[in-house]
Structures are given as C-alpha cells and as structure tokens.
Write a protein that binds this ligand. Sequence first.
Ligand SMILES: [Zn+2]
Length: 110
Amino acid sequence: MDQEVNKQNVGNQSRSEERMQDALSITRHEFAKFFEDFESRCGELVCPMCRTSMWLVPSREDNPELMAILTLPLPLSSGRGMWVYPVFCKECGYLSNFASNHVAAKIRGK
Ligand SMILES: [Zn+2]
C-alpha cells in the first residue's frame, strides 16, 4: 500500500515537473501564434482600460526568445504560487495574465 502511494506521488511529481518544463520552454513565437489563433477564433483582445488592441509580449531576462513568467502568490500556501505569462497593453500598460500551465498544455497539444 505504501509503495503504491509512493509510486503515485512519484508519478504526480514527474507530471508536475513535466508541466513546469513545458511552461518554461514556451517561446514568444509560440505564444504569439497561440494568441493570434485565439484572436482569429474569438476576436481581438481589447484592452479593458483604453480599448486598443496592441499587446506586448515580454521575454525572460535570461533568454529573449522565451516567454516571461510571473508568479502569483497563493493564499495560505507560503512559498507556492501560480505561474502566468504576462501581456501588456502597448498604449496604457494594462497587464493581462495567462495561466502558464494551461497555455503550455494547449501549445504542446496535451
Ligand atoms: Zn490599454
């Protein structure tokens, strides 16, 4: 019984690790394609503040080809957080976030 629980924990841990690696590996080009596909199906993402639709996709400091990731703290979960890809309105700077795990899974077809 304990072994089964441990195997399950290892399985959960490796899936969690895989999801993290997927989120970290998404390039700005891949995100831009995801964003364009989304807009072609659902209409342009309009800024709720200024009503324009030009968005900037920031890159990671250590690699300009990869998506920037922000961590949103989770209440009552010290040291843990939700990863998001930030997108800024070019006109007013309004910040919009996309859940990294969700977007990475869509892009990687998982
Ligand atoms: Zn705006």
